[in-house]
Design a binder for this molecule. Structure first.
Ligand code: SAJ
Length: 412
């Protein structure tokens, strides 16, 4: 199958880089987003998210006319859906964005089109997309129940890129492509072959959906193991970082790093899609979620205990983002910890976050935003929350006489 025009639905952290990369391969890309602000920003050759080098690629493909953004879908040879899939209050997946995207493109679909869902989704979602589309377009045949000879090809191909390395990983990572039929998968592969240098593996849509969830749940479970070890080591008065370094000298052991909790919009969310699909069997996966979600409160309790030793404690909180050297604050355990500390009025909180210019709204007026040196000079307690590169270089003398609570194991 050849592609003259590709439409990407959802121009966020995944959709925009994907649209830009495909456009950079000489294909006309129509980016569709419900936000007029996002569309206007992109059409000016600018970006609304932070990701290294993305601004350069977007500027170039907008200038050459290969990428244009719009709020109204247009006909295309292929449609790639990259919209969010959050969970609701009860941890059940919220598929409303995917359903809305399917209904948005339904009117412009033409015979022979390919649709690929990239959003992280519970097993069975691609089949649901086919059902929604079939309802919206009764004049067309969709690959429901594996029926061959459909008018539209539908596949699932999860994104697997690491924030901060998106442009490299979009090209170099292997992809898992699951079709509702073998023909659907084959057509989807021909789309990915345009820009992916990694291998593309063919499977069915349900397996591809589960592969993505399994990858992130695997990481979550492994981080939970490290976090649980950190609690046990505190009880037994063992340095967990030294312990992990030594255990990892075993040829078949690779323990991950404990931290203040697991953040971001993927690993802290996706395992719930497995749990909601099979709650009776997803026992380790659920426990891992609970262990990781419990870590922020554990850190708070440690800070409160340390603060009890001071009359009016000053606490330097180093880092707010969900992991090192990015500006992304979504689901950040560091924010959760600072919020709880500020609500419980533990002491004066000085916040250092080199990757942002303004404090998030939830902390405005409650904490003081300052520079690293100032925070270290004033602090009784230094609470290290994120292993940003700026904090790796803190000289030991700057920490002398302070109580150190290092959730990432980087301070000497
Ligand atoms: N973390 C630890 N200890 C570790 C590793 C991570 O506490 O040893 C914490 C981080 O600080 C962070 C959270 O876990 O708060 C998640 O960070 P991450 O770097 O593990 O992952 P993400 O969320 O940035 O990206 C993940 C990746 N998935 C896997 O590595 C299996 C990425 O490839 C996916 O594309 C992405 O989720 C996604 O979009 O699903």
């Amino acid at each position: 199958m050849s592609f003259k025009t590709v439409s990407v639905i959802g121009l966020g952290y995944i959709g925009l880089p994907t649209a830009a990369i495909i456009a950079s391969r000489g294909i006309d890309v129509i980016g569709v987003d419900i936000s007029q602000h996002t569309v206007d920003t992109i059409n000016q050759g600018k970006i609304h998210i932070v990701e290294p080098d993305l601004d350069i690629v977007v500027r170039s493909v907008v200038q050459t006319g290969k990428l244009k953004a719009t709020v109204t879908p247009e006909p295309a040879d292929a449609f790639l859906i990259a919209v969010p899939t959050p969970f609701k209050n009860d941890y059940q997946p919220d598929l409303s964005y995917i359903e809305a995207a399917a209904k948005l493109i339904a009117p412009v679909l033409e015979k022979g089109n390919l649709i690929v869902l990239e959003s992280t989704s519970p097993v069975g979602t691609t089949e649901k997309v086919a059902t929604w589309l079939a309802e919206a377009r009764p004049d067309m045949i969709f690959p429901l129940k594996g029926s061959e000879n459909a008018d539209i090809n539908l596949a699932y191909c999860p994104e697997r890129v690491l924030p901060g390395y998106v442009l490299q990983e979009l090209v170099s990572n292997d992809r898992v492509v699951g079709g509702l039929t073998a023909e659907c998968a084959e057509k989807a592969i021909s789309l990915y072959e345009i820009f992916v240098k990694g291998a593309c593996y063919v499977t069915n849509a349900r397996t591809a959906e589960m592969a993505k969830l399994a990858e992130n749940a695997f990481r979550d479970v492994n981080i939970a193991f490290a976090n649980e070890l950190s609690l046990i080591c505190d009880t037994l008065q063992i340095n967990v970082w030294e312990l992990i370094k030594l255990s990892n000298r075993h040829p078949r052991v690779n323990i991950l790093n404990p931290g203040p909790g697991v953040g971001g919009h993927c690993i802290a969310v996706d395992p719930w899609f497995i749990i909601s699909s099979d709650p009776d069997n997803a026992k380790i996966i659920k426990t891992a979620r609970e262990v990781n979600d419990g870590k922020p409160q554990y850190v708070v309790d440690r800070v409160r205990k340390a603060a009890d030793r001071f009359k009016s404690p000053v606490i330097a909180c180093l880092g707010l983002s969900f992991k090192a050297d990015i500006d992304d604050l979504r689901e950040s355990p560091a924010i959760e910890i600072v919020e709880i500390l500020s609500e419980s009025k533990v002491g004066q909180l000085l916040i250092v976050e080199p990757n942002i210019d303004v404090l998030p709204k939830s902390l405005e007026g409650k904490v003081e935003y300052t520079k690293l040196n100032n925070a270290l000079d004033m602090a009784d307690i230094v609470l290290l929350l994120v292993d940003h590169k700026q904090f790796l270089q803190i000289p030991p003398e700057k920490l002398q006489g302070r109580v150190i609570i290092d959730t990432r194991g980087i301070l000497s």
